[in-house]
Design a protein around this ligand. Sequence first.
Ligand code: GLU
Length: 304
Amino acid sequence: MGRYLGRNLGRYVGRFAPSPTGPLHAGSLVAALASWLDARAHGGTWLVRIEDVDLPRCVPGADQIILQQLAACGLVPDTPPVYQSQRGTRYQGALDQLIATGHAYPCGCTRADIAQANAALGLSKPRHGDLVYPGTCRPERGGLKGKPARAWRLQVPDAPHDLITWQDRLLGGQCQHLSTAVGDFVIKRADGLWAYQLAVVVDDAAQGVTDIVRGADLCDNTPRQILLQQWLNLPTPRYLHTPLVLGDNGEKLSKQNGAQALDLSSPQQALRLAGQALGLDIAPQGTVAEWLMQAVRRWTSQAP
Ligand code: GLU
């Protein structure tokens, strides 16, 4: 990264994009800290976007708690946070564009239909992740065939044209065959809500984000987002996926599996732990601002 920082990169815009489904936990602070450090190390702008598209999973007031937790750690966005729940018109515009260019189609399948179609192909649900959509409602297969439209899907290229690659700043060269790993994926859900994949791509571009720094649990989504960027004629940002923090049970920390809210009785201590996950071991001494200044120096010189 030292070399990377040495280049004249021009404008840098980074962001942290939490879903307000509960308070931040130790794992989410790692992603927040890394994106803030990287923005500061590049003399860039750091944004916070509240990803509240999945309304049923959002917890009222969690956005404010998250912003307060970030502020307690000295991580304050350069402009007021944007809320995805207020940006439906932009997402609709992107969907319209994808329909007009023949990249999106309506799907009438229920979960049971998809499971059945997979079973007929001898495929069962992987332990983590969703079933690959078998393309039942693709236009070339006759479309909805009288079923009511439920969701909208992006039609991914068939093999061998479905390979998406990117150079992750931390993980190096990455690739995924979209047709076998994911299949045609949902961009507008059956319940009428916008899918994360579409919203994140539209917003990152609209906010001019040049660098996405986020947890490695989201790596698997990146190829879908790169394809959407390509088909919406949007630039692909640089990506850096940070190491995951595992809980005592060896599972990744997440709100879904009951990770504890961050203990902010000592923000420096919380920052120290987050820093350690990023390979920056900086003792908690002095003020939060002093800790952060040291961390920026270290990130600039030694981060991967
Ligand atoms: N909102 C997503 C989450 O909380 C993160 C999105 C992103 O960083 O791309 O998991």
